[in-house]
Design a protein around this ligand. Structure first.
Ligand code: 5GP
Ligand code: 5GP
Length: 234
């Protein structure tokens, strides 16, 4: 089959545009980690997963593709279903580091499915389903937030700490400033709920945040509630 010169040029342009579209459909990720103690001590409460009470550590909420202007894509490919068989080798890490605390108790699959379908499908050209979950797990380990805070003397002991000292401790350890998201416990105390860090579009390295989310305000001093293993099962 022979193509004229102009048809060949048109084909080339279409192909270039397709590559551009695929590689530029988001700018960076937020990796969002939550403090289980602050998810559970609220009015909504929580249910421990069927696999047992999670460790006293931050857990993954999600790895979220975002645009530099603060907007974000969601539910990008309804045809790319969550397939648990693709991540079976990651299941013990997921149970440990990405537990579900919503009620009723689950084994995590619904939560992971939700995160893949809402957020993961928006970066499927860069990270397939396996790489998406693996990258989130690797980033969580790399950040090691609980150790970063511990090193600075900030512990989940129910005491109040300044938001600035929390940000500073994480920045000293990870190298980049996090965004701190707070919620409110049943007594009305503002507390450390989620930590956002920014990650490059390949999902490999932390970066300076191009934009911080517009979230809930923390106040200057916030509680770091406990989630110790001695607490009664809910
Ligand atoms: P919330 O209103 O609780 O902060 O967020 C609800 C949900 O919206 C989040 O769990 C997440 O799925 C999505 N979301 C909220 N803010 C952002 C954001 O800044 N970037 C992205 N990518 N998703 C967000
Ligand atoms: P997002 O806020 O990311 O859009 O949605 C989180 C969804 O996952 C909600 O429907 C929530 O009920 C469910 N979910 C299940 N387990 C958890 C959990 O441990 N933490 C959070 N934040 N959401 C969970």
């Amino acid at each position: 089959m022979k193509f004229s010169r102009s048809v060949l040029i048109k084909l080339l342009v279409v192909q270039c545009l397709a590559v551009l579209c695929v590689s530029q459909n988001f700018d960076f990720y937020y990796i969002v980690q939550m403090w289980p103690g602050s998810y559970c001590d609220t009015r909504q409460s929580c249910c421990y997963p069927k696999t047992g009470k999670p460790a006293e550590d931050f857990s993954i909420h999600g790895l979220w593709p975002n645009y530099n202007d603060g907007k974000y894509p969601q539910n990008c490919d309804r045809g790319n279903y969550f397939d648990e068989s693709k991540i079976s080798d990651l299941s013990s890490r997921l149970v440990k580091d990405w537990p579900t605390l919503a009620c009723p108790s689950g084994d995590g699959f619904k939560f992971w499915e939700h995160e893949w379908e809402k957020h993961g499908t928006c970066s499927e050209s860069i990270l397939d389903q396996h790489s998406y979950f693996q990258s989130a797990l690797d980033l969580k380990n790399k950040a090691n937030l609980i150790q970063a805070l511990n090193t600075a003397g900030i512990k989940p002991d129910g005491k109040f700490y300044s938001v600035e000292s929390i940000k500073e401790a994480i920045k000293d350890s990870v190298g980049y400033e996090p965004y701190i998201d707070c919620n409110v416990d049943t007594s009305g105390n503002h507390q450390l709920y989620q930590v956002y860090l920014c990650v490059n579009a390949s999902g490999t390295d932390f970066i300076e945040c191009p934009v911080f989310p517009h979230g809930r305000r923390c106040g200057s001093e916030i509680e770091f509630p406990s989630f110790s293993s001695s607490r009664d099962e809910l």
